[in-house]
Design a protein. Structure first.
Lengths: 202, 202, 202, 202
DNA sequence: CATGAATGAGCATTCATTCAT
DNA sequence: AATGAATGAATGCTCATTCAT
């Protein structure tokens, strides 16, 4: 019996947190975190303002958890591509996975885009780590593609780190741009466009 | 004599506005416009808070003017590339021009990145126009490159609009990323990375 | 036990609002609402500025509630006179009731006097309704007095609406004037003076 | 020649002042002096803000001059009634004169109504004098009417000062009310209504 | 677990006033 | 006699945070 109670309680607890997560996603994606108040988030989640503080401690921490929650999911998706024995197909899968992720978690995308290059952002440290790991992952895939490609003596060597950053940037912006300005655009066409970057390596 | 007076007056008049522009650039680039108060901007510019309102009417209008001021300069730089008879060299020049511009006007870059895909941004209308025109310009260059390239029958046709967006996104992010995380990275290597996108067209 | 708790909570909740009401009354009566800041009201009420906004939403709304609170009390007092079977005695009671009311709620009186004929007042709509209803009430009393009076063929008919407005104006001003400039003046002498207006009807 | 210049200059000087007077009248009548800024007044008058300060020294002084300018005109009008050998006809003329004056100088009326009973008004002193003199004038007329009337032993004596205040208040409110809410109402019907107060004296 | 009344520091904005020209 | 750029104190309002219940 006490187990049932505990479970119910736990479910409830998660419920509030989850509702707050969902509400934050929605609101922050459209207006940016600065323009969304804790009051609004609480109201949208259907809980009291106190509950936000009970569950997260602060607005900043709520956003930090939003961020780390998102990054975990993102890396799960990227991992699939890494496993692929064919690096080109693997990178393709990573990009399409990212684009789908950005569509599912729009406020994560917006948060990332607007905060990543703000030098004094509150979440600078964790954002930097995210950025670094994603770019490193892409770079490793590029290295594998270059290694498996025909040894092109004419390519004096594009800097792979820079290229990885370009692919990262293109994916991020394309993913968000598709959602906001081109909902009709398919993930495939976006993937194709980003993959164009890898042509010189093959 | 009256000329001296006039000139001094004009200089004075412009002075405040210009100082405020410069101060805003600096502050907003690092922390985002929401985290910068009018008080701070005024103090950094060495004028009183009232002067901000005398010259701009509102914080929002100050930012709007910052934006239109920046976009004018950006298009001036892009225009140079458009003139080039060789579209590949022209696009290259557009990209390097953009990267240099983003380095010179860091808060413009930050503002653009963080506000462009915020659907309810105060400056949504003018940002959309900026985005549209830049992408259209890039797309036109891509079309010229594709037209002058060898007719590759294997390329069933990448969507040029999507590709242009990818180039736009890669340039924007690469430009800002270089400034914030890789000051040692040269403009040339960035241009090369972005130009990798155009390989399939040639 | 839980009742005690509830009661205390309710008292607390109402407490702030009531303290703010009282403080506003005092301050606005003497200086006019424009010359009284929210800071001052909060300080006078012994609460923080935020509490004003938590309870009322805006300064304007605070004043609006002050107004509707006052008008409810005023109409309660006027109602007594309406019940009187003798219309002359009834009107007399209405006037003395109003004068006493104006003395008890000085800021209500001041607010009414200074805002009622300001065409672009924020509270124009509710003020107009107040004015209309009070004058209509007076007019109805006058009609009853005229009907019960000796049919004076020499009175070609004073416009009752205008006369009611005159009585309304005289009462309003007399009530406020007594408070500010003639505290020694009795309510009775004021009532007598206002009732002088009704002589031609009798 | 210098005379022409002087005259023109003088005319110009008066011009600015007069334009400011007229503009203030209009704006303050509708919104109250607190809600009208010096900027607005200057713009409405078609002069610069500095000119307001050149001509009046302060906003407060502008309003003070507006007030003393108005009171001079008002007393001129009232004087006519005082001259009349028949006190009843004289009072009638005073009231109609006042009503016409209030219609011509609406912001004067509004200013008077809203500031007269504000104990801490900036113009309290001069307003008090105005009020006192007008009431005294009315009272003197009432005394003459009472003296010339049939000695009514039933009238144990209404306080003439209170009655004069009632007439003053009724006239003030009726004059303003007519302008704002009943433009169709004639001056005569208003005069008749106010004169009803004097019936017990006759 | 959850609530919501209360807080107060911080913010954008207004506006009467000054003063160099 | 007039201008208008500049000022800064004051104001209404927002919002993350606290805490008693």
């Amino acid at each position: 019996m006490s187990e049932t109670v505990n479970r119910r309680v736990r479910v409830r607890a998660t419920d509030s947190k989850h509702r707050l997560f969902t509400a934050s996603m929605e609101l922050i994606g459209a207006r940016g975190h600065h323009a969304v108040s804790v009051d609004e988030i609480a109201k949208a989640a259907g809980v009291s303002k106190g509950t936000v503080y009970y569950n997260f401690g602060s607005k900043s921490e709520l956003i930090a958890e939003l961020l780390s929650y998102g990054v975990a999911i993102l890396f799960e998706r990227l991992e699939e591509g890494v496993q692929d024995p064919d690096p080109t197909r693997g990178l393709e899968s990573m990009i399409s996975g990212s684009l789908e992720f950005l569509a599912e978690y729009p406020s994560f995308a917006q948060l990332w885009i607007s905060e990543q290059w703000q030098t004094e952002s509150e979440w600078a440290a964790s954002l930097e780590r995210m950025r670094h790991e994603v770019i490193a992952l892409v770079q490793r895939m590029l290295a594998r593609i270059a290694a498996s490609g025909t040894p092109a003596p004419t390519q004096p060597g594009i800097d792979l780190d820079t290229l990885a950053t370009a692919i990262f940037g293109a994916s991020l912006i394309l993913g968000r741009d598709r959602l906001v300005f081109h909902p009709e655009r398919s993930v495939e066409s976006c993937v194709q466009a980003v993959m164009a970057f890898t042509a010189p390596l093959r």
